[in-house]
Design a protein around this ligand. Structure first.
Ligand code: ZN
Length: 72
């Protein structure tokens, strides 16, 4: 697990409890520095890309595949 910034730090998101929530490390790296609305628009595509193209651990592949299923 990792700590995700809802509003990314590079967009001025603070290190405060209201802006932080736990996320799978893999989900967090897929979201990267996108703002919530930007991420909403492209998340299915990003997760599919990660699944198809990234060299990720088997355990992480399962996490990404499950997250993708929930989006459909
Ligand atoms: Zn996740």
């Amino acid at each position: 697990m990792s700590l995700d910034h809802y509003i990314p730090r590079c967009h001025g998101g603070p290190d405060e409890a209201s802006n932080l929530f736990p996320a799978h490390s893999i989900c967090n790296s897929i979201k990267n520095d996108l703002m919530p609305d930007e991420f909403e628009r492209v998340k299915k595509q990003l997760y599919q890309q990660a699944l198809d193209n990234w060299h990720i651990k088997r355990k992480d592949k399962l996490i990404v595949a499950r997250a993708l299923e929930k989006m459909q």
